[in-house]
Design a protein around this ligand. Structure first.
Ligand code: SF4
Ligand code: SF4
Ligand code: SF4
Ligand code: FES
Length: 937
């Protein structure tokens, strides 16, 4: 792709006049007039390379036959794309390729989807004058190491597309070309197998390969797809648009959608390849009930399941009161499904006992951004990062958790943007191929607020504030008050150094870099929010953005990287006990009246219970019934033993999910869920982008999740009657000011929409707070640092922090049921060599991790990525019990758990912890009880 810059240029292509921007290639200019010049190494998504020489043209006044993909247009140029001479030259090139290519198109997996085949056909090449008996690569060994795709060098035409895709789009630089001329060959790493190289299985090379050299194993096994459906990835908050390609009812592959605005034709290993869980044998596709959790499950009809569930929940309410039941909405489900669950709880249960998993991830983002800026969401579109000059990534690891955004970010860094990484670990971004963080500030867990205050302190005390922006856009009195607070020496880098662990000089340098950049952007993750001062840290981030004037235009902003695919949507749809859809408080009479009128029911004006309150109330005997849709509380919430105690205390636990997850082992009713491939609806990603989810296959259990909620509500006596999710979206639009202009018709037309979408912004809002903040003037909140109560002691001298890995996702329920487990098959404990040596721990040893909450045992990985005094693990496998160790400490404003700071001791052990033994026995027993239901079928 030649970059289009400069003024318009007019030229003649095969006699047709065409005007294009300067910098356009001759090939692109020709395409604009409908003339397709044959090509092999060029594609519209990669910079032109000019290696194949198939795209030759004649240009009047120029000698020879230039490659049209690498030749820029010039004013008055006269181009001929067709002539006998050109035909002959092109045929000759293609015949050379064909002479070293198996001529067995009929039996080739790429038959019908091969650009060499297409080009040869277009040029009338059926065989090669050079014969097939010369030197060739036909005996080259295939690389089948990757579970999802195969590399067959005998099919390779060395067009470099894969290398360029890996470099330019993915940013991993795993591939290169070894040798010269005829001996050239593509290698992964230092001639390793793909699995042994740095390859992260994003699939970009496979997408760009014009032949069968790189191809999905599913296509080799099942042949070419017959139909496709454009939908949205169901993993992370990037919300990539994907094309599900099917043969009959079988999804053969998911490819990134070039038109998708969140991902622009890229994906990661999860969305691209890890979709097999949807049809895994563990899926439960029939409703099941049981009286007690020690009873075998009994499969029943949907009708019986709804009757049974409604009877049990109503009888609990009769005995223990209206507020003794509640429900959890799912951040994995669609907006429409989430909206219906909270509606059912408020209207049919008759209370506000509704919460969602955002409680345990980004609830501080909602609180912090609403307080300071007036809206509980990120401020930018992902492509805004292309305009950033300095990027600060704080408490986030995009390479693993938001990989497609990480690729965008790396692209910008390669163009020269500066990077500040604030993280206790040396994450991949700190030193990735061809990019390096200008500052890695290895903040100690628990030190975020002291850090962000110190950054602002430097800005204010060194006179680096954006005075005009502050005067125009922010509340004057609050600013003056805050300025006095932040200028206090207590907030200086020198004083906070002991808390943050960051050398003052380094922090000062980073603050100056950030404050003096034309455009500086902040991207942050759960490493900010999951702290006892998570909300304070978010407000500190907003303060820093305001004081440096970095809000309200492209290239700047405050950008929470959301974890789950629809966690933004779940929050927007009113999943919190104190807020109706659109973040409006339940105590607001006029808002309630709007909903009461539409829903024909009276609503409570008091907030309901948050998840931790539900657990406490269950243990104390006041809360008896819980409906959980698509959420695995028993694995994802902190202090597992406390959660298990709460779940065991319930008289009726209803779980709706794809699998018998950890929470469902404590359930009395199991309602089968439908995967993203089996439903229609919308997800909202981290940039507020609402995208369509489209049904590719029929629901395995016969019902989409919204239909299940509707039927349950009807069984409870509160009527719901929708015939399609678009009707639910119409209701959302009627009731939610930021969604007023959203409809399925508009989503189909525009592809996706970033809310707010209403009369003021009929096609959505890519950048928020332009001109003024949603709350009017920006509010500088006081962000005093209060150390967490979770302190290290002689008994618990290390700090445990947790995170994610690229190939696994959250509780792992989906990715563990795919070949992604070949990349990461257990949670491990990363420990610094000093701490390991002090404890006599060697690589791969079992080590006991004990905290004030509990004990577990993990295998040790000795790593200098982690600083001394800090240990790190992931939580993708239930038996690892990472959350047995995490505590009940939580954010002061929102109760978001403090996952990122747990004081622990680590010691060398030889057997699993007591919890792990009990967990294993309970899990086996529950599998047996499930098997009985299946046998009785
Ligand atoms: S799959 Fe992605 S990371 Fe791996 S070699 Fe291909 S482009 Fe590079
Ligand atoms: S593997 Fe495919 S994309 Fe890569 S050089 Fe060979 S033919 Fe081109
Ligand atoms: S980056 Fe996120 S949304 Fe995109 S494919 Fe990967 S998991 Fe799916
Ligand atoms: S397409 Fe232009 S040189 Fe290959």
């Amino acid at each position: 792709m030649i970059h289009q810059i400069g003024t318009a240029v007019s030229l003649l292509v095969d006699g047709q006049e065409v005007t294009v921007p300067g910098g356009t290639s001759v090939m692109q200019a020709a395409a604009g007039t409908g003339i397709e010049i044959p090509k092999l190494c060029a594609t519209d998504s990669l910079d032109a390379f000019g290696s194949c020489r198939v795209c030759l043209v004649e240009i009047e006044g120029r000698k020879g036959y230039p490659a049209s993909c690498t030749t820029e247009v010039e004013e008055g140029m006269v181009v001929h794309t067709q002539s006998d001479r050109l035909d002959g030259l092109r045929r000759n090139v293609v015949e050379l390729y064909v002479s070293d290519h198996p001529l067995d198109c009929i039996n080739c997996s790429a038959n019908g989807d091969c650009e060499l085949q297409d080009t040869a056909k277009a040029l009338g090449v059926e065989s090669s004058r050079y014969g097939m008996d010369g030197m060739n690569h036909q005996d080259a060994q295939k690389d089948t190491s990757n579970p999802y795709f195969t590399f067959d060098p005998s099919q390779c035409i060395v067009c470099y597309r894969c290398v360029r895709a890996c470099d330019d789009i993915q940013g991993t630089y795993a591939l290169s070309v070894d040798g010269r001329g005829f001996a050239s060959r593509i290698i992964a790493g230092q001639s390793d197998s793909f699995m042994d190289s740095d390859c992260v299985s994003c699939g970009a090379c496979v997408d760009h390969c014009p032949t069968e050299a790189l191809i999905e194993n599913n296509i080799i096994e099942h042949g070419q797809p017959e139909r496709s459906v454009v939908t949205t990835c169901a993993y992370c908050g990037v919300g990539c648009s994907l094309v599900a390609e099917l043969k009959g009812d079988q999804v053969l592959r998911m490819t990134p959608d070039k038109q998708g605005l969140a991902n622009e034709g890229h994906a990661c290993i999860k969305g691209r390849f890890a979709f097999g869980y949807a049809t895994h044998k563990d899926r439960i596709t029939r409703p099941m009930i049981r009286e007690d959790i020690d009873d075998p499950w009994r499969e029943v009809s949907w009708d019986e399941a709804f009757r049974y569930t409604a009877d049990r929940l109503r009888s609990i309410q009769r005995e223990y009161g209206r507020d003794s039941i509640g429900g959890i909405t799912s951040s994995r489900c669609t907006n429409e499904e989430t909206f219906l669950v909270q509606k059912m709880i408020r209207a049919a249960f008759g209370n506000n006992n509704v919460d969602t998993c955002a409680r345990v991830c980004h609830s501080p983002t909602g609180y912090g951004l609403k307080t300071t800026l007036g809206e509980s969401a990120g401020t930018q579109a992902f492509n805004s990062v292309a305009h950033a000059d300095v990027v600060m990534v704080m408490g986030a690891n995009p390479s693993d958790a938001h990989p497609v955004f990480a690729s965008r970010l790396k692209h910008r860094l390669r163009q020269g943007a500066k990077l500040i990484v604030v993280d206790p670990r040396r994450i991949e971004l700190v030193n990735s191929p061809h990019t390096r963080a200008d500052h890695h500030l290895a903040v100690r867990p628990g030190g975020n607020v002291a850090f962000i205050n110190a950054m602002a302190h430097v800005v204010v005390t060194e006179g680096l504030e954006a005075d005009d922006f502050i005067a125009l856009r922010c509340e004057d009195e609050a600013y003056r008050h805050w300025r006095k607070f932040i200028s206090n020496e207590q907030n200086s880098p020198e004083v906070t150094e002991r808390t943050t662990g960051i050398p003052a000089s380094q922090l000062r340098a980073a603050a100056r870099l950030f404050a003096t950049a034309p455009n500086a952007a902040i991207y942050y993750g759960l490493g900010v929010s999951e702290h006892s001062q998570g909300s304070t840290a978010v407000m500190g981030i907003a303060n820093l953005a305001m004081v440096t004037g970095n809000l309200g235009r492209e290239g700047v902003g405050v950008n929470p990287l959301r974890g789950q695919n629809n966690v933004q949507g779940a929050c927007d749809m009113g999943s919190f006990p104190h807020e109706l859809p659109g973040y409006r408080h339940v105590s607001d009479t006029s808002v309630r009246a709007l909903f009461e009128n539409e829903w024909n029911v009276q609503l409570l004006n008091e907030p309901g219970l948050r998840i931790p309150n539900m657990f406490d109330a269950a243990i104390s005997g006041h809360f008896k019934g819980l409906y959980v849709q698509g959420e695995d509380l028993a694995q994802s919430d902190p202090n597992t033993q406390h959660v298990e105690h709460a779940l065991k205390s319930l008289e009726c636990l209803v779980v709706q999910d794809l699998f018998l997850n950890e929470t469902a082992r404590f359930a009395h009713v199991f309602l089968p869920g439908s995967s993203f491939l089996e439903k229609n609806g919308t997800y909202t990603n981290a940039e507020r982008r609402i995208s369509m989810v489209r049904k590719a296959i029929e629901p395995l259990a016969g019902m989409e999740d919204w239909e299940v909620t509707m039927a349950l509500s009807n069984a409870l006596g509160y009527p719901m009657n929708y015939s399609h999710p678009s009707e639910i979206m119409d209701e959302i639009a009627r009731l939610t000011p930021t969604f007023t202009g959203v409809s399925y018709e508009k989503l189909e037309r525009l592809g996706s929409i970033q809310w707010p979408c209403n009369e003021d912004a009929p096609e959505g809002t890519p950048t928020m707070h332009v001109g003024e903040f949603v709350r009017g003037k920006g509010y500088f909140a006081i962000t005093g640092f209060v150390p967490t109560e979770e302190r290290t002691t002689r008994r618990f001298p290390l700090l445990l922090t947790t995170g994610r890995i690229l190939s696994q996702y959250n509780v792992g329920a989906q990715t563990r049921r795919t070949a992604n487990s070949e990349f990461y098959s257990e949670d491990v404990l990363e420990i610094h060599p000093f701490d390991a040596e002090e404890r006599g721990i060697s690589q791969d040893d079992w080590c006991g991790v004990s905290s004030r909450a509990g004990n577990t045992v993990l295998r040790a990985v000795i790593s200098e990525s982690i600083q001394p005094g800090v240990v790190y693990t992931t939580f993708h496998f239930p038996s690892s019990g990472a959350n047995v160790v995490t505590t009940d400490n939580s954010d002061w404003a929102t109760n978001c758990p403090e996952y990122k700071v747990t004081a622990v001791q680590v010691s060398h052990v030889s057997e699993p912890s007591q919890w792990q033994k009990e967990y294993g026995a309970f899990a086996r027993r529950q599998e047996e009880l499930l098997d009985k239901a299946r046998v009785s079928d």
